[in-house]
Write a protein that binds this ligand. Structure first.
Ligand code: AMP
Ligand code: MG
Length: 303
């Protein structure tokens, strides 16, 4: 049985004992382990049934010990950090040897993030080790944004989930690769490519051919109910006679609210056993780009 707890000391003890714990973050809930302990990190892959080629994000309290883990840190990092961290942005940097290969899937780079969630920050302070944490869902499924939803994903697979309320941002962090000459956005998120460009001057498209970032996989974040994207909600006539649920993100007063509810609403619809879930995209600007990207990945391409 998996228990939802509020005791940060107990969570810290578990991490330091080489176990994994469900954790609240401002983006989505994570599954955390001591990033420097290979055996502990392996437990994350097992609980998630995550393929080993999919690297993990390493979470730090601040930059104080960053040069223990990352090499050749560019000026752009410090500029972006100043503006957007702590918060929902992840930086891909050249890695140092101390980070086990299992964390980075054998890459020469490591992804680091400085979360803003108070409880997670308190935990990071207490353990005083970097915490590797992917989203706390089984591979390919919808990221959880509440402790209850982590429990549904991970029941019996982990011992504890640290309670931290609903995730404020609701979608995964923006991933920006700073290991090359020019920054490249590998995964869209709360911090938009435009905002990044306003700090760094330019960004380039990630190199195609090689999957740099599994967040770029085409099929991800998917409900078990087939999801179909419609242009307008008034296209619904086409689906008459079918038992469908509607994911209406345009009912929220802004895109931030829509992002916050995206995975939560999708999970509730998925639990209802509809034949189909119909969703309309939102405005393709700012965080709307990240929302539409998640919808695209959640859609069942065979319909
Ligand atoms: P998750 O926390 O489940 O959303 O997964 C973490 C994501 O971070 C991965 O799916 C990748 O998209 C990205 N990531 C982590 N480490 C790296 C890295 N070294 N290079 C590129 N992307 C990374
Ligand atoms: Mg994930």
């Amino acid at each position: 049985m998996t228990e939802i707890i509020t005791d940060i000391d107990l969570a810290a003890e578990e991490i330091l004992n080489g176990n994994i714990v469900g954790l609240p973050t401002e983006t989505v809930y994570g599954l955390g382990a001591n990033a420097l302990n290979q055996d502990a990190v392996i437990k994350i892959f097992e609980a998630k049934e995550r393929p080993r080629f999919n690297p993990l994000i390493v979470h730090l309290f601040d930059t104080e010990e960053l040069d223990k883990y990352a090499d050749e840190i560019p000026q752009n990092f410090f500029k972006l950090y100043e503006k957007f961290s702590p918060g929902p942005i992840t930086y891909v940097l050249k890695k140092k040897k101390i980070i086990p290969d299992i964390v980075t899937a054998g890459n020469e780079t490591v992804a680091v993030r400085f979360p803003s969630h108070n409880i997670f920050r308190e935990l990071l302070k207490k353990v005083n080790v970097p915490i590797a944490a992917p989203s706390a869902n089984r591979f390919g499924r919808i990221s959880p944004t509440s402790a209850e939803d982590v429990k549904k994903e991970m029941d019996g697979r982990i011992k504890y989930i640290l309670e931290g309320g609903f995730s404020d941002v609701g979608i995964e962090s923006t991933v920006v690769d700073l290991s090359g000459e020019t920054p490249a956005v590998l995964r869209h998120g709360f911090v938009s490519e435009e905002e990044i460009q306003s700090v760094t001057g330019e960004t380039i498209k990630p190199e195609s051919g090689k999957i740099h970032s599994p967040g770029m996989l085409l099929n991800h974040y998917a409900p078990t109910t087939p999801l179909v994207i419609v242009e307008h909600i008034n296209e619904l006539e086409k689906f008459e006679g079918k038992n469908y649920g509607i994911l209406d993100l345009n009912k929220y007063h802004d895109l931030k609210e829509a992002a916050k509810h995206l995975f939560f609403d999708l999970r509730r619809l998925d639990e209802k056993g509809f034949e189909l879930i119909l969703a309309a995209k939102v405005k393709d600007e700012g965080i709307g780009i990240a929302i539409n990207d998640r919808l695209e990945k959640a859609r069942h391409k065979n319909i």
